[in-house]
Write a protein that binds this ligand. Structure first.
Ligand SMILES: [Zn+2]
Length: 275
């Protein structure tokens, strides 16, 4: 049986997230000690323990520095996919800049695992219409960058058709779209697929909503980041309170909650559904 629930991990380090971009410039990334290997290994252990295969969207910048981690993910039977190279928001890039970023990440990852990759996830879900065509041109088969929540000003402006129901939809250009889980409550689609919301909501409530979402959407798509279980990461003080809350809330409990999720639900790799 092929499982239509997908557990996905965006592999990047704590200092590369959007909420910290105001204080940690890209040029300064190099000055930080990498912590991603250790926290990703903890996630790999959880996956082994719960007998789960997952999809990892890996940042090219990270892959270049810890190729052994990418290979380890691949060797353990997980899917390696692209999170781009430099974690810049897609809608801030020109088509050429995006193409270069995408190609660079694809080359790095494919050279490390000596195998093809098929999927892409945009940094902070910043996908655009034109970038979906670039994915097609560059040989990608699917995208997983859409979070169709109510009241989200950006996605509602995307001029695209999502054909078909269920967890795997298809764009007019043939690229498959794997949307992050949402949960319809009182006519509104709430984000229900991981990230800060997962850390914020008590696990029992998340679980009920995720179950509901799987029923509503014929599958579930969950995402997390290695830094979300890294409670010992350096703390950055001079950021907006809302950003601080979003980034640091619940880091101590997340690993345990993830184990609960991986025990309560069965997940598979996205590519097994696409090829
Ligand atoms: Zn990211």
């Amino acid at each position: 049986m092929i499982i239509k629930n997908f557990f996905t991990v965006d592999v990047e380090d704590w200092f590369q997230v959007e909420n910290l971009k105001e204080v940690i410039l890209v040029d300064d990334w190099e000055k930080n000690k990498l912590r991603v290997k250790n926290s990703t290994n903890r996630i790999l252990k959880l996956l082994d323990k719960t007998n789960t295969k997952a999809t990892f969207f890996i940042l090219g910048w990270i892959a270049e520095r810890v190729p052994d981690l990418v290979l380890e993910i691949y060797k353990r039977g997980h899917e390696v996919a692209s999170h781009g190279y430099g974690h810049q928001l897609v809608y801030n890039l020109s088509k050429q800049e995006f193409t270069n970023d995408l190609k660079k990440s694809k080359d790095i990852l494919e050279n490390i695992i000596n195998d093809r990759i098929y999927g892409y996830r945009a940094p902070s879900f910043s996908i655009t219409e034109w970038s979906l065509d670039v994915l097609k041109e560059e040989g990608f088969l699917y995208d997983s960058s859409m979070f169709l929540v109510s009241g989200h000003d950006r996605y509602s402006k995307l001029n695209i058709n999502l054909n078909g129901g269920g967890a795997i939809k298809e764009l007019d250009n043939g690229i498959k779209e794997i949307c992050i889980s949402t949960n319809s409550v009182l006519g509104k689609k709430l984000p229900w697929g991981g990230g800060g919301y997962f850390r914020l909501i008590p696990y029992g409530i998340f679980k009920r909503g995720f179950k509901r979402s799987i029923r509503q959407n014929d599958g579930g798509v969950f995402y997390c980041h290695p830094w979300e279980i890294d409670a010992d990461q350096p703390t950055v003080d001079n950021i907006r309170p809302s950003y601080r809350f979003r980034h640091y809330y619940g880091l101590e409990q997340t690993e345990k909650k993830l184990e609960g999720l991986l025990t309560d639900f069965k997940f598979g790799r996205i590519k097994d559904h696409i090829l």
